[in-house]
Ligand binder design. Structure first.
Ligand SMILES: *Cc1c(COP(=O)(O)O)cnc(C)c1O
Length: 301
C-alpha cells in the first residue's frame, strides 16, 4: 500500500552555466511525488506510517509551524492511507483558516491543536510526548519528521538513481534529509547540503549524530539569505527566472536557496570540470501559496 507512489524522475538540467564548465547536473524531481505529500516529507513519513500500521495505531500525531510542509504532508498522507491525524501547531493566536497551509491540513481532516510558543518549546520533552501519545492513542512523529525511520526512507531515494555521480546536493533544514542521503551513498560520492537557515555548527553536530561517522558530506552556510524563511529581491527574481526558463517551480524556503547556491558554486568553480551532480528537488511547492499571501504574490505561479 505504501509503495504505491512510483520512483521519481531524474532529468538533466541543461543550464549554460553548467555546460560551459563541463558540469553535468541532473535533478531528481521529488516535488512530483505529489503536490502535497511533498518530496522529502513523504520519504520521511513512509516507514513511520508502516510502523504505525504494524503497531495497530489509527492516529498519527506530529508538530509544526504555521507554514509547515511536514504538517500538510502528514495530513495528506493520513487522509490517503486511512489514519486519523493530529497536528500540534506553534501559535495559539492561529486557527484553521489562518493561512493556506493550515487550511489544507484541516481540509484533509487533520485535527489542529494550537499551543503557545512557550508550550511548543516542549515538543521534544519525553514527558509531554508520553502524555500526548497516551491521551490520543497516537503514534508520535517528531517535528520535521526526522527519526531513524525517516532516514531509512530518505536513503531509498538514492537507490532509485541508476547513474554514477560525484555529488548529491540537497537543501538543509533540520539535517534529516541530508543524513538519510549520506546513509544511501557510496565511497567516492559526496553529499553536499545547502543550509537554508542560520544553523552555524549545530547543524553539523546534528547531521553527525544522525548519520554516524561518515565523512562523505559537508554543509555550505553561504546561501541562507539571513535565516529561515528570510529572502531578498535577488532570490525571488532568481526563482521566477528559473521557473520561466526551465518550467521547474522552486519554493522560497528551501529549494530556491539550494538551486541559487548550486549555480553560484558552479560559477565559482567549486566542482571539478567533468563532475556529475545530482540535485534533489525536495518539494515544498505547497508553501508558495502561503508565502504569496503573506508577501504580495512575489513568486510567479
Ligand atoms: C522540510 C524541508 C527541507 C528540510 O529537510 P530537513 O530534513 O529538515 O533538513 C528541505 N526541503 C523542503 C522542500 C522541505 O519541505
Amino acid at each position: 500500500m505504501f509503495d504505491r507512489l512510483p520512483p521519481t524522475v531524474l532529468t538533466p538540467l541543461l543550464l549554460p552555466e553548467f555546460i560551459e564548465r563541463k558540469i553535468e547536473v541532473w535533478i531528481k524531481r521529488e516535488d512530483l511525488i505529489d503536490p502535497e505529500i511533498s518530496g522529502n516529507k513523504w520519504r520521511k513519513l513512509k516507514h513511520n506510517l508502516i510502523e504505525a500500521k504494524n503497531q495497530g495505531r489509527k492516529t498519527l500525531l506530529t508538530f509544526g509551524g504555521a507554514y509547515s510542509n511536514h504538517i500538510v504532508a502528514t495530513a495528506a498522507a493520513c487522509n490517503r492511507f486511512g489514519f486519523q491525524a493530529i497536528g500540534i501547531i506553534r501559535g495559539d493566536e492561529l486557527n484553521s483558516t489562518s493561512n493556506p497551509t493550515l487550511q489544507k491540513a484541516s481540509a484533509y481532516g487533520m485535527e489542529l491543536i494550537f499551543v503557545s510558543r512557550d508550550q511548543y518549546k516542549n515538543r521534544n520533552d519525553p514527558t509531554w510526548l508520553k502524555f500526548l501519545e497516551k491521551r490520543h492513542a497516537a503514534f508520535v512523529i517528531p517535528e520535521g519528521g526526522s527519526n531513524a525511520l525517516a532516514l531509512k526512507g530518505v536513503a531509498e531515494l538514492t537507490e532509485e538513481i541508476s547513474i554514477n555521480f560525484d555529488y548529491i546536493i540537497c537543501p538543509v533544514g533540520t539535517g534529516g534529509t541530508l543524513a538519510g542521503i549520506i546513509q544511501g551513498i557510496e565511497e567516492g560520492q559526496t553529499a553536499y547540503g545547502i543550509s537554508c537557515l542560520k544553523g552555524e555548527s549545530y547543524l553539523e553536530d546534528e547531521v553527525s549524530s544522525l548519520a554516524g561517522n561518515s565523512s562523505r558530506w559537508r554543509i555550505n552556510h553561504n546561501y541562507h539569505f539571513g535565516g529561515y524563511a528570510k529572502f531578498d529581491h535577488d532570490l525571488i527574481s532568481f526563482i521566477n527566472r528559473f521557473r520561466a526558463e526551465t518550467s521547474i517551480p522552486l519554493d522560497p524556503i528551501y529549494t530556491g536557496k539550494m538551486m541559487y547556491g548550486l549555480i553560484d558554486l558552479v560559477k565559482n568553480n567549486t566542482f571539478d570540470s567533468g563532475s556529475r551532480i545530482i540535485c534533489v528537488h525536495t518539494g515544498g511547492i505547497q508553501g508558495i501559496a502561503g508565502f504569496n499571501k503573506k508577501h504580495d504574490d512575489l513568486i510567479e505561479v
